[in-house]
Design a protein around this ligand. Structure first.
Ligand code: SF4
Length: 324
């Protein structure tokens, strides 16, 4: 069997906090993404999903754990292997305006990566810029304009063209539609889906809302306070969410299919997310979980496989472990 394109193994990322304490932003996250698939990574603000994405692309060094891209350990790469990784893995950011240099034309912005990676002649790069602008639904004449001349949705299209210019294999999209109008969000998701099919791309698609990742993801992972609490094929996660937190997220986001909305469990959580500097004992969700039991304050439930490709971290499902 071919190895996964991306393997994240027990990844941890801590940041120093006041009083010599540690903020555990990512606290032992593991998942894999096969070629051509999309993992949607979802959770409330501060759950560690963006830090996970940024650590994968080497914007952060991990505190512990490993990230393997096509079998190679990402944070040990040097020289030409690192340059190759930087071409093969690209990131799309939430705020397209902040991620585009206001002094560079759109054409130069898109061509910059190709220049850095010595791809093609100046004429070939120019032709590729035109082709990419067409591919993302913009006019090739837009190459001579500046980012401020475009709408938010158009700027995100420019960000996508820039990421695609160097022919990447994996794209880490960090909340790429959260800052856009609802009417534009579906257009960008459809564009990313079409480009994935045409170019055989693999995506890690980070979002704070389960409804945003449903259509584009083959699998969905749900994060809470730095940990993955559930990961499953998309259909199964939406039709039968197992973790109480996933159930709560789905209860809060009505889905277009009324049959699914009627049959799935309704779970409402109370209270605020605890601080990642001071995690609750045992299960990190127990302070808000309507099903918390005695064991939940004593033992942190591990993420266990309860069915093929389905993993959940909750004592309610420990008896379903396929390892038992
Ligand atoms: Fe709720 Fe306990 Fe499951 Fe945590 S382990 S989600 S507290 S039932």
């Amino acid at each position: 069997m071919a190895r996964p394109l991306l393997e994240v193994q027990e990844l941890k990322k801590t940041f120093p906090a006041r009083g010599g304490r540690q903020l555990r932003a990512v606290d032992g996250v593991s998942f894999t993404i096969e070629r051509g698939e999309t993992l949607g990574l979802v959770g409330e603000s501060g759950c560690g999903k963006s830090t996970t994405g940024r650590t994968i692309v080497r914007l952060y060094q991990p505190s512990a754990g490993r990230v393997l891209f096509d079998g190679e350990e990402v944070h040990s790469l040097h020289g030409s292997a690192l340059r190759r990784f930087r071409r093969r893995v690209q990131m799309i950011f939430q705020d397209p305006l902040a991620s585009l240099d206001p002094r560079m034309t759109v054409g130069d912005t898109i061509a910059e990566g190709m220049q850095i990676h010595h791809m093609g002649t100046p004429k070939e790069r120019q032709e590729r810029v035109q082709a990419l602008l067409r591919a993302v639904g913009l006019n090739p004449e837009h190459a001579s304009r500046f980012p401020h001349e475009f709408s938010g949705g158009q700027r995100q299209r420019i960000g996508i063209a820039r990421a695609l210019a160097v022919q990447p294999e994996l794209i880490v999209a960090d909340e790429p539609i959260s800052a856009l109008d609802v009417s534009i969000q579906a257009q960008i998701v459809n564009l990313l889906e079409r480009l994935q099919q045409e170019m055989g791309l693999t995506y890690l698609f980070i979002a704070h809302d389960l409804s945003m990742v449903k259509h584009i993801s083959t699998h969905v992972g749900v994060m809470y306070l730095g940990a993955l609490v559930e990961i499953a094929p998309t259909d199964q996660l939406y039709s039968e969410p197992l973790h109480p937190y996933t159930q709560a997220l789905l209860s809060a986001a009505p889905l277009p299919d009324p049959k699914v909305t009627r049959t799935r469990p309704r779970v409402v959580v109370q209270g605020e997310v605890p601080s990642p500097i001071d995690l609750p004992s045992g299960c990190r969700f127990r302070t808000r979980c309507p099903f918390a039991m005695d064991i939940c304050s004593q033992v942190d439930p591990p993420l266990i496989e309860v069915a093929p490709q389905r993993q959940v971290a909750c004592h309610l499902h420990a008896a379903r472990s396929t390892a038992a």
